[in-house]
Design a protein around this ligand. Structure first.
Ligand code: ADP
Ligand code: GLC
Length: 469
């Protein structure tokens, strides 16, 4: 089957969060089971892209509001990613350093989606499935079925994966003129709450919609940032499919970012070396239990309560904490202040650092994830694979992947996002750490768990096949 994944991010080409990891792994797994999956994304001027070799495979003059934007599609060459990657470069629009965060993002992503469809339209062999990821590609299903220019694509089934419904990409109807022509009476398909809403349009027009974990699908029917009613209405075509992880990239046995590679057999000594290196680098004490946090410093991740959690936990327990993340400036500033106030006990790197993230999974004893919203969450699955015990709020994908020790599992769960509940969970973790014999056994159980894409890659194929029948 020919599968075209369309996404704003793809690891290692451009990554902001888990979306990149998923789009950088799922197609490769689909290809190993005999399919032909490829990825098309905007051209971002990342360090990876600047180093990479590319060739131009397509050119198109995109006209919007009478203005011509020269666009071209570049294919990555000499890469061993397990799937072909195409990048859409549109003069003045996509050739930028960051993936998101520009005032004209709605316009940029609309232009991107138009060029993608124009390119697909001009292919001799059409894809069997178009797989869109998040709101940046949510207008594709609408345009394929309702814009006159793309009539030829009408029969191709489309799937929309919702990685995060907090972000929907809304923009005012005044920008409607930037679309290719469609029947005026179809405008309602683009609208949600008086705005053009790409995520809502994707949910309405895609043939199937999935969230990245079953629990998140259920939760969204109750709470989905305004889309609850729509999801309840469209429930018949919605399904939750748990993400997998790329067990080749995320493998403590071969991970080149680690000080010392390790297997399940020598995890104790291997993890000890990684912890020591990490603690030395950040002025921490490797003999104490080490708690880590990795992620975007935003409300959904519970990052706003992290400073208070850290202060209370450091007062109550003899532990060390390490944090890697970036996001809201106020949260970043408070965290930096704490690093000054608690030297030798708490430290952080405010920023994005792929290497360090691997070292934290391999060196920290516990990983905190007090998320308010977590559609799937990959961090807890990486942590498990590296033998680092996750402490999670029981929500979304965290609920689907972490079983509490008291229920015979391998992690620590709390129900609510409160300072008290997280600090209580840290206390439970400290008690667990003191029983080293049992702790090491649980590490073994964690590392044996299989969260690879082997299973879910097949589930997506089954779903595509149903659509082709
Ligand atoms: P989300 O996509 O919501 O941010 P996920 O858990 O799905 O959350 O994925 C986050 C991914 O981003 C993981 O690969 C994690 O290791 C990585 N990550 C997050 N913040 C950072 C950071 N500051 N530096 C390096 N990697 C990070
Ligand atoms: C989103 C979600 C995260 C999920 C990731 C990959 O960024 O916030 O929970 O793991 O997408 O699907």
């Amino acid at each position: 089957m020919q599968i075209l994944h369309i996404s704003a991010e793809c690891y290692p080409v451009a990554k902001v969060g888990g979306l990149a990891d998923v789009v950088g792994a799922l197609p490769a797994y689909q290809n190993t089971i005999g399919h032909e999956a490829k990825v098309i994304m905007p051209f971002h001027k990342t360090a990876f892209v600047e180093r990479a070799s590319t060739k131009v495979v397509y050119c198109h003059d995109l006209v919007i509001y009478g203005k011509t934007y020269f666009s071209e599609i570049l294919q990555l060459v000499d890469q061993e990613l397990g799937f072909p990657v195409f990048m859409v470069r549109i003069n003045q629009l996509t050739d930028r350093k960051n993936v998101y965060g520009y005032d004209d993002d709605p316009f940029r992503f609309l232009a991107f989606q138009r060029v993608v469809l124009q390119w697909v339209l001009e292919q001799e062999v059409l894809p069997d499935i178009v797989h869109c990821h998040d709101h940046h590609t949510g207008l594709i299903p609408f345009m394929m079925y309702y814009c006159f220019d793309f009539e030829r694509l009408k029969e191709i089934p489309s799937v929309l994966s919702i990685h995060n419904a907090q972000y929907q990409g809304q923009f005012p109807h005044e920008m409607g003129g930037a679309f290719p022509r469609f029947r005026e009476s179809d405008i309602g398909l683009l609208d949600w709450d008086g705005m053009i809403n790409p995520l809502a349009a994707g949910i309405k027009c895609a043939w199937r919609v999935n969230t990245v974990s079953p629990s998140y699908m259920e939760e969204m029917k109750q709470k989905a940032n305004g889309l609850e009613g729509l999801l309840a209405h469209e429930h018949a075509k919605c399904i939750g499919i748990l993400n997998g992880i790329d067990t080749h990239t995320w493998n403590p046995e071969t991970d080149t970012y680690l000080t010392k590679n390790y297997t399940i057999g020598n995890r104790v000594t291997g993890r000890r070396s990684n912890k020591k290196e990490l603690c030395d680098e950040f002025g921490l004490d490797a003999s104490k239990p080490l708690f880590g946090f990795i992620g975007r410093l935003v409300w959904e991740k519970g990052a706003d309560i992290l400073p208070d959690i850290l202060i209370q936990a450091l007062h109550q327990f003899d532990i060390n904490i390490i944090l890697l993340g970036s996001g809201f400036k106020e949260i970043e500033d408070r965290l930096k202040e704490l690093a000054v106030r608690y030297p030798g006990r708490y430290n952080n790197h405010i920023g994005y650092e792929e290497r360090m993230s691997h070292q934290v999974y391999a060196g920290a004893d516990f990983l905190l994830m007090p998320s308010r919203v977590e559609p799937c969450g990959l961090n807890q699955m990486y942590a498990l694979r590296y033998g680092c015990m996750p402490i999670v709020r029981a929500t979304g994908g965290l609920k689907d992947t972490v079983i509490d020790i008291k229920d015979g599992g391998f992690g620590i769960r709390h129900e609510d996002v409160t300072v008290a509940q997280v600090v209580y969970s840290i206390g439970r973790a400290v008690a667990q750490y003191e029983n080293q014999k049992q702790f090491k056994e649980i590490q073994k159980t964690m590392m044996h768990l299989d969260h690879s894409w082997d299973h879910s890659a097949g589930t997506y194929i089954k779903l595509y096949k149903e659509l082709k029948e």
